[in-house]
Design a protein around this ligand. Structure first.
Ligand code: GDP
Ligand code: GDP
Length: 452
């Protein structure tokens, strides 16, 4: 069972040029880090999901804008610090040993102190032990409990920083509350006001089901266990949605990063879109994350009632949604209304089929037959004067289904043939509603590895 805690967000903050991106790269590109290199749709990103010594976190580099004029600079740093305060669970505050303590550093310290978040005060560019005392001394006046000398570039101080940091994070495999076996974990995402809490309440109110609350280990999350027919579902509370409905009507602040942090906990992500407003850039970003995270996806176009049965408008909205989401053509799109209850009945059956596909596994013999038929029906291209060959395949994972395909040339498998095979696997295995992954491996490389 997976953790009941959202993945912690660790933010790197500090002035431009202190070494934030160097440290970001050192952490994310290290061999210790298991970073899934799925090419995503969000390329401009400054975050990475990292698993380090079995501890998972999302690392965020808040830098990036560094050609601001002088006065705007302080403003920008303040903004960054504010961002870190709101989003991050842990802050790595970097300073530059070569520059000493600057007024901007004091500003950040002041903000961080008030925020009461765990902060690591890191003094970077201390490239060797011999310089440590001399370079670190000026920073003691900050009054930080502990200073962390570091060379992001040459790794001095890095192992102890990482060890301590990981010690502060709960293990990735921390047991969550006991859920009945086969429980489908569903999380709702979407911008404020799109109707998440209304929809959940409608679902819980309309259908015959048994509902119980599971208090999360985090401050404001309340998960809901729902038993419906023979199945159970856990509605993961991503942003205090449930609590909001009960207490104040305080408008939730939308955080794409927090959505990402919650995504690790779900099997199926239900992303809500407002039918009247249409799909927005934030919506496509969240859906991009679902894709990158390899979760099952259901798109719910809510407030369908507001279109008032206007066929033309309805078609327009659906066409727009389709155009905006070319990467996730497999995802079921449901039109619903939390207000009238329209479409809600279809929700559970769709979750069920997405989940069954998401967790499906297949015998190797059937997979090999499928691969052989696919290759016979459409011969692979020539690559470097040799015909591309596929030897065998096997399933190597579920959630979502992943298959390894052994070939004579991994590099020779171009996008179009890969897409062809993916489509044949989808058809042949009845996996039309979830992402699937084909991983191509060189047979000769594999043999070398096994021998070496
Ligand atoms: P950012 O603007 O905070 O992201 O800073 P960068 O990571 O881009 O680094 C700014 C400059 O400092 C680059 O020229 C880096 O090579 C250099 N730098 C980063 N870390 C170290 C370090 O540990 N030691 C030294 N000597 N230089 C570093
Ligand atoms: P959340 O911020 O995503 O949790 O959104 P809420 O559930 O608080 O809904 C925001 C507003 O939209 C409320 O005023 C709801 O009554 C309204 N709303 C939610 N769903 C629907 C719907 O299907 N149709 C209409 N017309 N209004 C809705």
């Amino acid at each position: 069972m997976s953790s009941n805690i959202n993945t912690p967000i660790i933010a790197l903050i500090g002035r431009p040029n202190v070494g934030k991106s160097t440290l970001f790269n050192r952490i994310t590109r290290s061999r210790n880090a298991l970073v899934d290199p799925t090419p995503g749709v969000t390329r401009d990103r400054h975050y990475e999901r990292v698993v380090w010594d079995n501890k998972g976190f999302i690392l965020v580099d808040t830098g990036g804008i560094d050609d601001n004029p002088e006065d705007a600079l302080v403003h920008h740093i303040r903004e960054q610090a504010m961002f870190a305060i709101e989003e991050a669970d842990i802050v790595l505050f970097l300073m530059d040993a070569k520059e000493g303590v600057t007024p901007a550093d004091w500003e950040v310290i002041d903000i961080l102190r008030r925020a009461k978040k765990p902060v690591y005060h890191v003094v970077n560019k201390i490239d060797s032990a011999s310089k440590e005392v001399e370079l670190l001394t000026p920073f003691y006046e900050l009054g930080a409990e502990q200073l962390w000398p570091l060379s992001a570039e040459h790794s001095y101080g890095f192992p102890s920083l990482m060890e301590n940091l990981c010690g502060a994070i709960a293990s990735d495999d921390t047991e969550g509350p006991d859920l009945p076996e086969g429980t489908v974990k569903v999380a709702f995402f979407g911008r404020p006001n799109v109707g998440k809490s209304s929809l959940i309440n409608t679902i819980l109110g309309e259908e015959r089901m048994v509902v119980s609350e599971i208090s999360g280990t985090t401050r404001d999350s309340v998960d809901t266990l729902v038993t419906h027919g023979n199945y159970s579902y856990c509605f993961i509370d991503t942003a205090g949605i449930r609590r909001k409905g009960k207490t104040t009507e305080k408008l939730e602040k939308f955080s794409i990063l927090k959505s990402l942090a919650a995504m690790g906990r779900c099997d199926v992500a239900a992303v809500l879109i407002d039918a009247e407003e249409g799909i927005t850039e934030q919506d496509t970003k969240v859906i991009g994350y679902v894709l990158e995270e390899g979760r099952g996806l259901i798109v719910l176009v809510n407030k369908w009632d507001l279109l008032g049965g206007d066929k033309k408008k309805q078609e327009q909205v659906m066409a727009e949604v389709g155009r905006a989401l070319p990467f996730v053509g497999y995802a079921p799109v449901l039109t619903v209304s939390a207000l009238t209850g329209y479409g809600i009945k279809r929700f559970f059956p769709v979750i069920g089929s997405v989940f069954r596909q998401f967790t499906a596994s297949f015998p190797t013999s059937a997979l090999n037959n499928l691969l052989r038929d696919a290759v016979d029906a459409h011969s692979p291209p020539i690559y470097k004067n040799k015909r591309l060959k596929f030897y065998y395949t096997a399933q190597v994972g579920t959630r979502p289904p992943k298959f390894v395909v052994m070939t004579n040339s991994e590099k020779g498998v171009h996008f179009s043939y890969e897409r062809y095979l993916v489509n044949r696997f989808r058809e042949g295995l009845g996996l039309d509603k979830v992402p699937i992954k084909l991983i191509f491996k060189d047979k000769s490389e594999q043999r070398k590895k096994n021998q070496g």
